[in-house]
Design a protein around this ligand. Sequence first.
Ligand SMILES: NC(=O)c1ccc[n+]([C@@H]2O[C@H](COP(=O)([O-])OP(=O)(O)OC[C@H]3O[C@@H](n4cnc5c(N)ncnc54)[C@H](O)[C@@H]3O)[C@@H](O)[C@H]2O)c1
Ligand SMILES: O=C(O)C(=O)C[C@]1(C(=O)O)C=C[C@@H](O)C=C1
Length: 292
Amino acid sequence: MEVINQMTVVGVGLIGGSLARAFRKQRLCKTIVGVDINAEVIKKALQFKVIDQGTLDLKEGVRDADLIILAVPVGVIGTVLKEIKTYIKQSAWILDVGSTKSDIIKQAEEYLKDRPDLVFVGGHPMAGSEKAGVEWSDPYLFQGAPFILIPLAKNPRSEVLQLSQWLERIGARVVIMDHEQHDLQVGYVSHLPHLVAAALVNVLSRNFTNINEVLSLSGGGFKDTTRIAASQPNIWIDIFSSNRQKLKKILDHFLEELIEVKKMLSRDDREGLFEYFSKARQIRTEFFEEEK
Ligand SMILES: NC(=O)c1ccc[n+]([C@@H]2O[C@H](COP(=O)([O-])OP(=O)(O)OC[C@H]3O[C@@H](n4cnc5c(N)ncnc54)[C@H](O)[C@@H]3O)[C@@H](O)[C@H]2O)c1
Ligand SMILES: O=C(O)C(=O)C[C@]1(C(=O)O)C=C[C@@H](O)C=C1
């Protein structure tokens, strides 16, 4: 397998830091350079030996890279790409890890028109945490997790194959799909759950003044279903704004579910409720038990 001379991670946070550590652990690259807008982040990343060199200067950081990972918030991935494209080495690979893909793929197609030599692949690791920052990075984060890849139409399959092999080496399960399907399906299994978790918390604050008293009564159910409500809002604003057209439709479908349940409650439809919960139980247990 080809070893990367220099990998540059732009945005050395939870995901960027975890990818750097995972690639290092598997000896997939010789040198790792980190670029961030925050000097404290670079200092910490050097201290934890997540990166070998760090800089606040994008141009300097990407110039000699063979693989560039864009691990900044979704709303700035395109801006960074536009800024660096003229400095990138001939035939380098660029992988972004943003949680939405349609906007980013369209930006990459537009901005890289005059750099047909570059291999841009849209990526989305379906692994993460509610914690942010390099201090929470984990070299094993991607083990067993899906890593969605969205190649640009013009990319040769062999180039995507090389990237897939590196990602498989860090334990990920590569899934190749198109950006529209990605934003729809991931909208249901990641973005909607995030919103539901936040709503479960916020419904308390809207209806109680003694929230802490109510929270002190919660057991595992509330904690399990609301862990992700503790995530960084800045990351999620970008995700929701970027996927807003699909999310509006997904929300309509979700509201239909809630209205159905409300109707069952109004007519005390025990049979309907039994069917409803049984269906969910069956789908969830069959899938996740088979997955083990
Ligand atoms: N957190 C998750 O669970 C998760 C999972 C999969 C994908 N993602 C995606 O990964 C990306 C990074 O998320 P994260 O959770 O690692 O966030 P994070 O906050 O831990 O890290 C982001 C880093 O980017 C830096 N940054 C921000 N703007 C920058 C800029 N213009 N130039 C250089 N550095 C900049 C920040 O200082 C920070 O260090 C996002 O696009 C997110 O959607 C997140
Ligand atoms: O496990 C978590 O904490 C996550 O929220 C990770 C999670 C998700 O599964 O929805 C969140 C956003 C990412 O884009 C990918 C993965």
